[in-house]
Design a binder for this molecule. Structure first.
Ligand SMILES: Cc1cc2nc3c(=O)[nH]c(=O)nc-3n(C[C@H](O)[C@H](O)[C@H](O)COP(=O)(O)O)c2cc1C
Length: 407
């Protein structure tokens, strides 16, 4: 079982990611983690913070000479450069505002609650008179730790030929065309991480217009995982279904308000005859040069998004998430003061116009952590070689049950 925790505040000294349960021998370097952290920081419409921080995860434990160490938990530390270089409220350095020791010169508390954030429920639940106690941890800065852990899981999944990508389908109502085959390299070059060049320009214009109007934008991202074997997850218990786990992990990304698989909500309008993914007969199955099946039980379509009955069916996993527009807007929404209840403008703290492109990268991380866990549940192994042996042995059992037609 893979266990994963994050710690850290938005303007504290740093963020922590803790990942335990990977087998020994998985190749990991800080440079590989840095690639995903850089992808998280890019994106048209992000705010000033992205220019201050160049995120770097320092591996503290669990990796030796470029490989995961026998059973050791992996801990990573990502410094918040803003903490040491920037000033917070009242022009005081963040080292003062976020000091873990009592300070003499008090910091002005945040009283103006921001609708759309954790502030209002949090100050009541945790009995604080300063919304900073809530917003520092609820901020999506935390997702940096997720992306670092996800990058490690990417390295593990690559050992089995699994690739995970994401792209943006919609920003502020500008809809991208979704090609059958997506050019992922070109998508990475789009400033909004969109595979449609015409929509990319229209999305950037929509972001500029929203900035001009002092407003913010949401959208839709799609995460795609290829190379998955049939049979990850299970149908036997509600909480063990891979579909349950993926909905929860992608749904946990800040500002995500809905998750769907494959054709998702659009299936509501179609008859069953047009919805289900017909299985190809054996004479249409393809073989690898070594005689193994390219994919056993292939389908004519993939409207289910690669999941049936809580398990992978061998088709690409397709997950879409809808992301709400940013709540902290340049022209703040009306709100109330937490001490008096009087009408006030919501607190404004440096904010993005949209973070939809980044949500795709964070969604990838959550999918990779969930898939790595499903792999280990199915194939186990204390060393990656053992996991691979189990994987290979399982793959050799797939195909028609009559032994004479096996791959
Ligand atoms: C990458 C990323 C960046 C975000 N940046 C901001 C931001 O700059 N300003 C803001 O108000 N919300 C931002 N959010 C959204 C809030 O974190 C989120 O809406 C808030 O914590 C409330 O949580 P909920 O929408 O999940 O209920 C960001 C979210 C993500 C994923």
């Amino acid at each position: 079982m893979l266990r994963f925790l994050t710690a850290g505040e938005s303007h504290g000294p740093g963020l922590v990611a803790l990942l335990e349960g990977l087998p020994a021998g998985v190749p990991i370097t800080e440079a590989v983690i840095r690639e995903d952290l850089a992808r998280r920081q890019a994106g048209y419409g992000r705010g000033g913070r992205m220019k201050i921080e160049t995120d770097y995860a320092v591996l503290q434990t669990g990796v030796r000479h470029g490989h995961t160490m026998a059973g050791a938990p992996i801990a990573m530390l990502i410094e918040n450069r803003d903490h040491t270089t920037g000033n917070g409220p009242d022009g005081k350095p963040w080292t003062h505002t976020m000091n873990n020791e009592p300070v003499e010169d008090e910091v002005t508390p945040i009283h103006r609650l921001r609708p759309g954030h954790a502030d209002t429920a949090g100050i009541n639940k945790y009995n604080t008179e300063d919304a900073r106690d809530i917003l520092e941890r609820s901020s999506a800065r935390e997702s940096t730790s997720r992306v670092a852990a996800g990058a490690i899981c990417r390295a593990f999944l690559r050992e089995f030929g699994v690739e995970v990508h994401s792209h943006v389908l919609n920003i502020g109502g500008v809809q991208a065309a979704r090609p059958e085959v997506i050019d992922w390299a070109a998508t990475e070059l789009s400033e909004v991480r969109c595979s449609d060049p015409i929509a990319t320009e229209a999305m950037k214009q929509a972001i500029d217009d929203a900035r001009e109007a002092g407003d913010s934008l949401g959208g839709v991202v799609e995460i795609v995982a290829t190379g998955l074997p049939i049979g990850l997850g299970t149908h036997v218990q509600w909480d063990l279904k891979l579909s349950t786990k993926l909905m929860a992990s992608v749904g946990s990304v800040n500002a995500v308000k809905g998750v769907e698989f494959g054709e998702g909500f659009e299936l509501a309008d179609l008859r069953g005859s047009l919805v289900h993914d017909v299985i190809k007969p054996l004479d249409e199955w393809e073989k690898n040069p070594d005689g193994s099946w390219v994919q056993p039980w292939p389908r004519r379509s993939n409207k289910a998004g690669g999941l049936e009955g809580g398990m992978t069916n061998g088709e690409p996993l397709i997950i879409r998430a809808v992301v709400k527009p940013i709540a902290t807007i340049i022209n703040p929404l009306p709100s109330v003061d937490l001490t008096t209840g009087d009408l006030e403008q919501a607190h404004y703290e440096r904010s993005d116009i949209t973070f939809v492109p980044t949500c795709g990268v964070i969604g990838e991380a959550m999918v990779m952590i969930t898939l790595a866990d499903a792999f280990l549940e199915k194939f186990g192994g204390d060393h990656i070689d053992e996991t691979k042996r189990n994987y290979k042995a399982y793959m050799a059992t797939l195909g028609p049950k009559h032994t004479s037609v096996k791959a």
